[in-house]
Design a protein around this ligand. Structure first.
Ligand SMILES: C[S@@+](CC[C@H](N)C(=O)[O-])C[C@H]1O[C@@H](n2cnc3c(N)ncnc32)[C@H](O)[C@@H]1O
Length: 254
């Protein structure tokens, strides 16, 4: 593999992962972990929802993310799941990623958060991305963390076909319970925030499906609303003044 051509990730002067292709950071230096907890977990009310799952029922909670990156968001959701969810329930975390990091890069990025040492170690033991990155890399990674009843599926493809594959391959039979949208800043990577993405999300959502994202860009809010999500700006965390949460209104989305 020729990393110079295919690898769009570099380590910046603070030792943080940064995308050269999109001129954006994977997460914020001081607050990456707290932001993930605030935006992704709190924004979808995961602690409350995990804790309220009926222990008498055997079920699966499906979380879908756009942009796997370093796996930080996955590790945060997984950690919370292990802490709060009843043993009769399983977590299926599905993500999409066009430019997967190598396992050493993922480990180095996650080492910034000692609180996730266990998740990082267990993820690294299984995570095997395709050898090439970028368009056409393809493939689906399936990783099982049985002791926490957690399954991770990564569709290594461009976001729109990846969402279509989740549907066509019936990877999320009941659709998403919650979404996190994390594809770099919309102004720098509009492909991750297109109407085709929002339509793909709607097709994988049902009444009550929630979403959370760090961006409040107007075209993202309008695009999600047009596809059936009710969105609201809420107070942000750290440097972010506001972040966005939302809920799917109707099964048709129209
Ligand atoms: C901000 S990072 C995600 C951070 C991640 N959630 C984490 O926990 O580290 C955005 C990710 O979206 C991926 N990405 C960018 N454009 C994409 C596209 N068109 N399709 C799929 N993934 C894409 C990038 O490779 C990057 O890993």
């Amino acid at each position: 593999m020729n990393n110079e051509i295919l690898n769009t990730m570099i380590w910046d002067e603070h030792g943080l992962p940064r995308s050269t292709a999109f001129d954006d950071q994977y997460f914020c230096k001081e607050l990456g972990y707290e932001e993930a907890l605030y935006v992704v977990c709190q924004g979808n009310d995961l602690r409350g929802r995990f804790s309220r799952l009926d222990p008498a029922v055997k079920g699966e909670f499906t979380f879908i993310e756009t942009g796997f990156g370093t796996g930080l968001d996955f590790c945060c959701v997984w950690q919370l799941w292990a802490e709060c969810a009843p043993p009769s329930w399983a977590l299926h975390f599905i993500s999409v990623e066009l430019y997967p990091l190598a396992v050493e890069e993922l480990v180095r990025a996650l080492s910034l958060w000692p609180v996730l040492a266990r998740q990082s170690r267990e993820l690294a033991a299984q995570y095997r991305p395709p050898v090439s990155r970028g368009q056409g890399a393809g493939g689906i990674g399936n990783y099982l963390f049985a002791d926490t009843r957690t399954r991770l599926t990564i569709v290594f493809d461009q976001v729109v076909p990846a969402l279509a594959a989740i549907r066509e391959k019936n990877l999320a039979p009941q659709g998403a319970d919650a979404w996190s949208l994390d594809g770099f800043a919309p102004s720098r990577n509009p492909e991750m925030w297109s109407d085709a993405v929002f339509a793909g999300m709607a097709a994988l959502s049902r009444t009550g499906t929630t979403l959370a994202t760090f961006t409040v860009a107007g075209f993202v809010r309008r695009g999600l609303t047009a596809r059936g999500f009710t969105v609201q700006r809420i107070l942000g965390h750290g440097k972010k003044k506001n972040v966005l949460t939302g809920c799917f209104r109707t099964a048709s989305g129209e």
